[in-house]
Design a protein around this ligand. Structure first.
Ligand SMILES: [Zn+2]
Length: 307
């Protein structure tokens, strides 16, 4: 049994078929955790879809109406890069509900993971790059509205810059956003995060980990969050089809452990989301995401949250 909860729903799969975005990975991560006895059935929680009221804490009424009715313009469809379907909409609302549940459980247990989400390219009024709804922003706004937290930090290690995150929280002194990503990659433009760590093409484990460590130390010197949301992309992996960095699987696991260790040292609860992952071999993407959960288990066991 794990020392924290995993949030999962079979509706996370968008059923995109042969698309480069392997949304079946959510099920494969869940199955791998169970098959390898890394998690037990009772470790899993099943989320409810987010209420529209929660989605509207971040997104415009117009965008929510368009998504629900399927009336997206041709330009909006192209930017989103995944076809509209009722399954896709249900998966987005479930991802947001899952991140709300993970945030709430993280605040109680120190850690929690939503085995989906991290939809960091979604803006308040449009979607981009496979992301229609910003589940992490919805969860943070809901926790703030409930009075459960005031200050949150987002640490985004997906290979792609967190443009939606930066746009949503730009100028908000209660939410610190850190993005470490490949500079010469989607998205363009990149609105400024609180701290952007722009990496050169081909950056490998050692340089990556040194830059991330410096960035985290700086972030925690400047800001004390009650909740840290981790957007743990698998796509900085050297075999990723949409990434141009050169991290190894062990390097990615060290990355995760570094983020969780720093969060613990600074008494922040950690809610994990998975984000991108497009490795040539889907098994690698699944392994990288499973390793994120194992890194959380290791840190949660080794370093209890100070009260
Ligand atoms: Zn990505």
């Amino acid at each position: 049994m794990l020392p924290f909860k995993l949030v999962y729903h079979e509706g996370y799969d968008l059923h995109l078929g042969a698309h480069v975005f392997p949304s079946q990975k959510y099920r494969l991560v869940q199955e791998a955790l169970l098959r390898r006895s890394l998690a037990a059935p009772e470790d899993f929680l099943r989320p409810e879809p987010a209420a529209d009221e929660d989605i509207l804490l971040v997104h415009s009424r117009e965008w929510v109406r368009k998504l629900k009715s399927g009336r997206l313009s041709a330009v909006e469809m192209i930017r989103l890069e995944i076809p509209w379907s009722q399954e896709m909409i249900d998966a987005c609302w479930l991802a947001a509900g899952g991140s709300i549940l993970a945030a709430r459980r993280a605040l109680g247990d120190g850690f929690a993971a939503n085995l989906a989400g991290g939809l960091h390219h979604a803006y308040p009024d449009h979607g981009e790059g496979f992301c229609a709804i910003h589940d992490v922003a919805v969860a943070i706004r809901r926790m703030q509205r409930d009075g459960a937290i005031k200050k949150a930090m987002i640490v985004d290690t997906d290979v792609h810059h967190g443009n939606g995150t930066a746009a949503i929280f730009g100028g908000d002194e209660d939410v610190y956003t850190l993005s470490i990503h490949q500079e010469n990659n989607y998205p363009y433009p990149k609105p400024p995060s609180t701290l952007d760590l722009h990496l050169a093409d081909g950056t490998g484990d050692d340089d990556y980990l040194a830059i991330l460590e410096k960035g985290l130390l700086h972030a925690f010197q400047e800001f004390s969050p009650e909740l840290l949301f981790y957007i743990g992309g698998a796509d900085p992996f050297r075999e990723d089809q949409l990434g141009g960095l050169a991290l190894t699987i062990p390097g990615l696991a060290q990355r995760d452990a570094m983020v969780f260790d720093q969060a613990r040292r600074h008494c922040a609860a950690v809610a994990i989301t998975l984000a991108g992952g497009y490795a040539r071999d889907l098994k690698d993407t699944v392994q990288i995401h499973v390793n994120t959960i194992l890194a959380a288990r290791e840190i949660a066991t080794r370093r209890p949250l100070a009260s």
